[in-house]
Design a protein around this ligand. Structure first.
Ligand code: DP6
Length: 346
């Protein structure tokens, strides 16, 4: 027989950023982070995992229709951990088929540009881990699975939950306490919206993995970010989410994005992810908030030039309209990019 399981995993966009590892092999972060998971109706990875004695002996991976490398250390770490968990179940119950010994076939597909700073690795590894966990009938405990997904890509641990998710960085060397937890479900604050402005769908220059290592090694500002800035941001944003205080949520989101990109600029040699179009988006948010007389929009940028704008449903008209006007007047805003922009319902 062929055993098969299909799942999807959503994209998450951090509002307090993960940037820096205390253990690059296990993807253990130097600081906690917090993200908002986007609706799977919009951006998601769809993954099918199957296994069979009839398959060729080697495990295989197909990404967006192309054969892809499955031998990478991160993917292998995930497969090894999942197989070990399945093997334990098989040991405890000899009537179970020995799926842990069969070759795996993984077929995965993103409905958005891969590696363009749109968190594709997060959804990708989360979907990979969940698809195999389902195939192996492992207990569905997202926090436990997050420890495995984290080894694929740090930010992936947060994509096993919907809503508002914290990655508690933990202190243990084995990383077993470095995992994701739900801070609040999406239903807690259903008015939250995200608008993604794709300034460039091209593959990013410096990958997050190597960029954050350079920052850890060379930036003095980074030390202050980890010691002082992030702990304050985590505490404030968790309180803002609990109270549904958008102005406070927005301020932390913008400040944390600024702090993260400042540490990138303080890296030696410096790393620049934001471009002129990104900066035009920052100014547009400032104008929107000034005009409204209160904070109704927040920007955040990951390791790429694309902006994610958070706002509440009640402000949708003002925000989406302004962005179209400001950005269509901005040089560098390509037609292709415009057609990729969409309003995402969380
Ligand atoms: C800026 O999770 O892609 O998006 O663990 O090396 O795979 P690796 O890095 P990755 O880094 C994400 C960085 C970020 C911030 C965030 O998502 O928290």
């Amino acid at each position: 027989p062929v055993y098969r399981s299909t799942t999807t995993a959503p994209v998450n966009i951090a509002v307090v950023k993960y940037w820096g590892k205390r253990d690059p092999k296990l993807n253990l972060a130097t600081n906690p982070s917090l993200s908002v998971t986007l609706s799977q109706d919009d951006l998601r990875t769809l993954t099918t995992a199957s296994c069979s004695a009839k398959f060729p002996k080697e495990d295989s991976l197909t990404l967006n229709g192309e054969p892809s490398d499955i031998s990478g250390a991160r993917t292998q770490a995930c497969l090894r951990e999942l197989r070990a968990l399945r093997a334990k179940l098989e040991e405890a119950d000899s009537s179970l088929p020995k799926l842990s010994e069969l070759p795996l076939r993984i077929v995965t597909e993103n409905n958005f540009p891969t590696a363009a700073g749109l968190a594709s690795s997060a959804a990708g590894f989360a979907a990979l881990v969940r698809a195999i966990a389902d195939l192996y009938r492992l207990p569905n405990n997202p926090t436990e699975l997050s420890v495995i997904a984290r080894q694929g890509s740090g930010s992936a641990c947060r994509s096993l939950f919907g809503g508002y998710v914290a990655w508690r960085d933990g202190t243990q060397e084995d990383g077993l306490d470095s995992k994701a937890v739900e801070v609040a479900p999406a239903s807690h604050w259903p008015e939250m919206r995200a608008l993604i402005l794709v300034a460039s769908a091209a593959k990013k220059g410096v990958s997050s993995t190597s960029g954050m290592q350079q920052t850890v090694a060379t930036s003095g500002l980074f030390k202050q970010r980890v010691a002082e800035v992030v702990p304050k941001h985590m505490a404030t944003i968790e309180e803002a989410i609990a109270k549904k205080d958008f102005a406070s949520f927005a301020e932390v989101t913008m400040r944390d994005s600024n702090s993260f990109h400042a540490t990138c600029a303080d890296t030696y040699p410096p790393i620049f992810y934001m471009n002129d179009t990104s900066r035009a988006a920052v100014r547009a948010v400032e104008q929107i908030n000034e005009k409204a007389g209160k904070t109704i929009a927040a920007y955040t940028f990951d390791a790429g030039p694309n902006a994610v704008i958070y706002f509440l449903e009640e402000s949708a008209a003002a925000i989406v309209g302004t962005f179209y006007k400001v950005l269509s007047a901005t040089e560098g805003w390509k037609d292709e990019a415009k057609s990729l922009s969409s309003e995402i319902e969380l």
